[in-house]
Design a binder for this molecule. Sequence first.
Ligand SMILES: [Zn+2]
Length: 325
Amino acid sequence: MLTTVVGSYPSFSRLPLSIMEKISNYMGSYDAYKSALEIAVQDQVKAGVNLISDGQVRGNMLEVFAKEIPGMITTDGKPIIIGKIQPAPYSIGASDIKVALKTAKKLSSDFKNDLQILYRNKFQDNFKGIKAIITGPTTLALSSRIEGFYNKDEKDKAIIDIAGALKKEAEYLQNAGAAVIQIDEPFLSTGIADLKTANKAIGIIVSDLLQPTSIHVCGPISEVLDDLLRFKVSIIDCEFADQNKNLEALENINLKGKKIGLGCIDTKTNTVETKEQVASIIEKGMELVGKENLIADPDCGMRLRSREAAYSKLKVMVETVKWLS
Ligand SMILES: [Zn+2]
């Protein structure tokens, strides 16, 4: 069984220390988050995770995209739509994917250039690669205030235009070496999102991608899982540790060829679970959908956890998966 992360890792910005860093700070090119990115990658590789992320260390999931997409701005980290939404003329996250891949390769030669690896081989137990993460169009639009171009009741139109912008970004990320493209849509379980529009928007993003795709949805899924299974993605990733009712939603399910990302680590607390606790969730998942259809990961992002807790939680997850195989 593959292991992965949802994406975010404890982050910190670091002041320039070396002479070279101080010079690049003076020139305006110092990157205060590069060391956080490298630490996130190193910890995930060391913990033995198969499909790692760049740690999403640069800020909250809305702001990172909203401040770069033409037609959107942010104020105090909150997105605002001010004009016609269009693709950015450059990639938002590709350079971080390249740094993450380079950092991982230094630690393990198992990390390879993912464009050379066949799609089906990415689900083999020993696969190692980088997953790129995009904040979904429905979540971005529903979190935004509309102040221009779109009428207040035209969020659907904005969602489709954001999807057009993110389609371009997903292609940049794939070309940068991402093995899997994940779209985060926490809003899809809240009851306020239109799942038809969400599905159409995700379809736009993934339509020309060659790599497997995943959608991460937070919270309870029993009301939405049937709809999610119609989305054109390879993996549906949800929380099963903190939301153990979600396991019931997997009973007698027709996966339609998809895999389930089985959140088996509680990401709301720093308390590190025991192998037995993690195993009980994974075993239940195996019983319901079969081992071959599961990918183990934490419930959600780990930005708010301590680095020690985040690392130990990943380690116990990887050890439990090995223990069960
Ligand atoms: Zn989540």
